[in-house]
Design a protein around this ligand. Structure first.
Ligand code: ATP
Length: 232
């Protein structure tokens, strides 16, 4: 599913040492990975490389057998929209749209994700909306909030919208960057369990970043970025 070989990444050519220096990273389809490491160790940088938002300075980054380093920027953007759902640290939702609008809009960027939903539905007009509502309910946002502006929702509620947007159209890979940092421990665990349920339903691999090591036992495998990095 994910294969990294001899990957380095420098933010600037003049940097004396790379931010990332990873000899090998293999993640299998369906794994739920907990990625951790101290602040500044490069977790968000690595996620941006996996998502093709940034490109490796050297080495090979292969996702679903596609070497991202050989793709043009436009093709990489299409690849990301088709295969990757990203839950951002600050959610990146459009504040004056409703949860349903935010989620269905996410799907407009990928023909293949949209098609997956339309294929399973007899009513093509309402299929995307229905799927958005199913995901919001499954992720714990009750109907009374589905049509309110996202800006009026709490952080925990916005987080559920961001997760639903990532999952719509069942992308193969879900990347989550510290999405639980604003929640208390009980809510973190229950949110992660809901993420796992959706990941299972859509057969998605999950890479989840957090500082909070108490969450580690919930996952199949944890990766410490400090151990993964080659010392230079
Ligand atoms: N846009 C950028 N331009 C230049 N340097 C950057 C940029 N973003 C991050 N860095 C640097 O890359 C290093 C790794 O940052 P990154 O955000 O990946 O760490 P992190 O492990 O996700 O940290 P945190 O847990 O605090 O979110 C840091 O030294 C940071 O200063």
């Amino acid at each position: 599913m994910i294969n990294l070989k001899n990957v380095t990444f420098k933010w600037h050519k003049s940097d004396s040492s790379p931010t990332l220096n990873i000899k090998e990273l293999v993640i299998e389809k369906g794994e739920h990975i907990f990625l951790h490491g101290p602040s500044g160790s490069g977790k968000s940088t690595l996620l941006a490389i996996l998502a093709g938002i940034n490109t490796a300075t050297s080495g090979e980054v292969s996702i679903l057998n596609q070497n991202l380093t050989t793709l043009s920027n436009t093709t990489r953007d299409v690849f990301r929209a088709d295969h990757i759902g990203y839950i951002f640290q600050n959610f990146n939702l459009l504040p004056y749209l409703t949860p349903i609008e935010n989620i269905t809009l996410g799907c407009e960027f990928s023909k293949s994700r949209k098609q997956k939903i339309l294929k399973q539905s007899s009513n093509k007009n309402s299929a995307l909306q229905k799927e958005a509502i199913r995901l919001l309910n499954a992720l714990g946002l009750t109907a009374q909030y589905h049509h309110k502006d996202v800006a009026t929702l709490s952080i925990g509620q916005q987080q559920r919208v961001a997760a639903a947007r990532a999952f719509i159209g069942s992308p193969e890979l879900i990347i989550a960057d510290e999405p639980t940092s604003a929640l208390d421990t009980n809510n973190r665990e229950s949110f992660i369990k809901l993420l796992f349920e959706q990941a299972k339903l859509s057969n998605s691999t999950l890479v989840f970043v957090s500082h909070d090591e108490t969450l580690k036992p919930l996952f199949n495998r944890s990766i410490d970025l400090i151990n993964l990095q080659e010392q230079v």
